[in-house]
Design a protein around this ligand. Structure first.
Ligand SMILES: NC(=O)c1ccc[n+]([C@@H]2O[C@H](COP(=O)([O-])OP(=O)(O)OC[C@H]3O[C@@H](n4cnc5c(N)ncnc54)[C@H](O)[C@@H]3O)[C@@H](O)[C@H]2O)c1
Length: 401
């Protein structure tokens, strides 16, 4: 297909509002892969003060035309060409998980920094290969955009450190949502390709737990469930993570979405969006389960690129953290702390957290050489846990990490 470079005008998405050039030297980012994840990344980058969207790339030319035109940035259908662009200092990788190794490798060879969608790779071996590459070159590789970065999760992590509640005993996260029974490409449900609930959804829960408990995971014991109809898939899991500190995390995921946990969290789900009760019904009624994800036959479409505003805090399932002297959970507006003689709410601004806090950390690492908590090593450890969930379910016992 030629030309691969679709020039849709530049600069509109690159404005650095309210920042003086001396204070902020925003990072030019190109987004690779324009499915759900890449479009959302493009939207966030186009509004950031610390980064600016300069290019987008997808194999589908009409998608590139449309998204590049919306944001006024360069569009490419050939990733190698996007990597040659001097305006692209960093790549946001949002292509299917099984393509991580070649896509990360190409960017690093071109001298680009990286923000990589979750999971960092399709398996532990690939994830640790990425860690070795990132250590061998002085580029920043950040494992981006899990629900562990949600404002309310970051706030719970601070509260358990600062509110004199004692050691963390346990964390529970329960999530029911219609992920499996929505139109999906085959590879999204294939665990060998980094798909299925334990690779595509568990990273969110694992990172919520790792962010709050803040220490190494010692062992994982899990079961992964499978149904054959209406779509043959591994669609639910129960996992028990034991941390070196002695704390445990119980993670329950059900991807069929007959019930949706947002019904228990004021109708608010991940991304801070209101979820209509029964939203899974329309998705389940789709006649074809795969390969129609964004076609005219599909009941779902990627978000409109210009979607504005977040209605509130992002809430991923039902989370409760239990400490020696109290419990903590998200509220509609922040964090609720239950201790011996009180229940109090600590407000959390909805504008904090999420991908904008990824970008703050990324900016500090790229421009000021600061340490990055959510780096490739962090992302690889999450993949280790996700793989251990799968392995534990196959062997029927605990996996030590
Ligand atoms: N953090 C989150 O909440 C979140 C949400 C959704 C997806 N994701 C992650 O993002 C990644 C992508 O997921 P998705 O649902 O957007 O996937 P998707 O399959 O819907 O979209 C991927 C896009 O990549 C494009 N693509 C594939 N190969 C390409 C290539 N060589 N060059 C250019 N473009 C190419 C495809 O054409 C497609 O448009 C996955 O790893 C997934 O785990 C994260």
């Amino acid at each position: 297909m030629q030309p691969s470079r679709v020039d849709a005008g530049r600069g509109r998405g690159a404005r650095v509002e309210g920042a003086t050039p001396q204070k902020v030297r925003s990072i030019g980012v190109g987004v690779l892969g324009l499915g759900l994840a890449g479009r959302e990344a493009a939207r966030v980058l186009s509004r950031s003060k610390l980064a600016r969207l300069v290019a987008v790339c997808d194999l589908d030319e009409s998608t590139v035309q449309s998204i590049a035109g919306t944001f006024g940035v360069l569009g490419y259908t050939d990733y190698a060409d996007m990597c040659k662009g001097p305006e692209v200092e960093a790549i946001f990788v949002a292509t299917p998980t099984h393509l991580r190794v070649p896509h990360i490798g190409l960017a690093l060879r071109a001298g680009k920094h990286l923000l990589v969608e979750k999971p960092l790779a399709a398996n532990s071996k690939d994830a640790h290969e990425v860690v070795r590459w990132s250590a061998a070159c002085d580029r920043v590789v950040m494992s981006a955009n899990t629900r562990g970065r949600d404002a309310v999760v970051q706030a719970m992590a601070r509260v358990v450190q600062e509110e004199a509640l004692g050691q963390i005993l346990s964390l529970t996260n329960v999530m029911y949502k219609p992920w499996v029974l929505s139109p999906r490409y085959d590879y999204e449900l294939d665990p060998e390709l980094g798909g299925g609930v334990n690779f595509r959804q568990a990273p969110h829960q694992v990172e919520i737990a790792r962010t709050i408990i803040d220490g190494p995971v010692k062992s994982v014991t899990a079961t992964v469930g499978r149904v054959e109809t209406p779509v043959d898939s591994f669609g639910n899991f129960n996992a028990l993570l034991e941390f070196q500190s002695g704390a445990t995390a119980s993670l329950v995921f059900n991807g069929y979405g007959y019930f949706d946990t947002s019904e228990l969290t004021w109708g608010i789900g991940e991304g801070g969006r209101r979820q209509a009760p029964g939203r899974g019904i329309a998705l389940r009624q789709a006649e074809s389960w795969t390969k129609v994800k964004y076609s005219s036959e599909s009941p779902i479409q990627p978000p409109a690129s210009g979607r504005s505003g977040r209605p509130g805090l992002s809430i991923f399932g039902l989370t409760i953290v239990s400490c020696e002297r109290g419990d903590v959970r998200p509220s509609r507006n922040g964090v609720l702390v239950y201790d011996y003689d009180s229940i109090r709410e600590i407000p959390v601004p909805p504008s904090s957290g999420g991908m904008s806090s990824d970008l703050e950390e990324f900016y500090g690492a790229v421009r000021r050489g600061e340490a990055c908590r959510y780096d490739a090593r962090w992302g690889a450890k999450t993949v280790d846990v996700c793989e251990a969930i799968w392995t534990s379910a196959q062997v029927g016992g605990s996996v030590r990490l």
